[in-house]
Design a binder for this molecule. Sequence first.
Ligand SMILES: CC(C)(COP(=O)(O)OP(=O)(O)OC[C@H]1O[C@@H](n2cnc3c(N)ncnc32)[C@H](O)[C@@H]1OP(=O)(O)O)[C@@H](O)C(=O)NCCC(=O)NCCS
Length: 175
Amino acid sequence: MINGSKIILRDKTLADALDDYTWQTDPELARLDAVPPLNTVFPQYLSGYASKLHYSPQTRHSFAIETLDGKHIGNCVYFGIDERKGEAELGIMIGNRDYWDKGYGANTVTTLVNYIFRQTNLKRIYLKTLESNSRAQKCFQKCDFTPYKHLVRDGFSFVFMELHRTQWQEQQTET
Ligand SMILES: CC(C)(COP(=O)(O)OP(=O)(O)OC[C@H]1O[C@@H](n2cnc3c(N)ncnc32)[C@H](O)[C@@H]1OP(=O)(O)O)[C@@H](O)C(=O)NCCC(=O)NCCS
């Protein structure tokens, strides 16, 4: 369990499956993530979900995001862990709209970044979001991520943002 000031990050469990299914089949959430909405029935989703929980690769760590009073509001992950390059990609989704624009995203990102830089030797964390997703970019800026690359892939325009350990360390000494 990883504690933030507004959220906790905990391991995923089978009890998260229905929330995750609801969010992955939501057309707006899928559009914001530049993926098609999931198109499988829940029982089929559930059987794949159970096996993924048990066989998660070493290069990927997923967490459920909970409010301090225990409500599951989304998920976050760091993945594509490359020990040689010293970097990993971060992903986040607050699926529950009631919790948008209230600082839960920023607190999640900061909490996960602190965890990664304190518990691993990684030197750089990066992420990508759609150019059109101003909310996400604002959230990541608040967490000291800066844009470094723009890329069009499959007709979608993405901005890549990064945070280096050195920048993070500077922020730690300032605060
Ligand atoms: C993107 C996401 C993680 C951000 O989390 P969040 O809790 O909503 O973000 P925060 O409240 O920490 O920060 C959002 C900021 O963007 C601002 N904002 C909201 N809409 C905006 C817009 N259209 N243009 C500019 N800024 C905007 C908010 O006011 C807030 O800034 P403030 O704290 O200065 O007021 C979350 O909203 C989410 O998961 N959304 C749905 C899925 C999604 O976008 N997926 C792609 C993620 S890469």
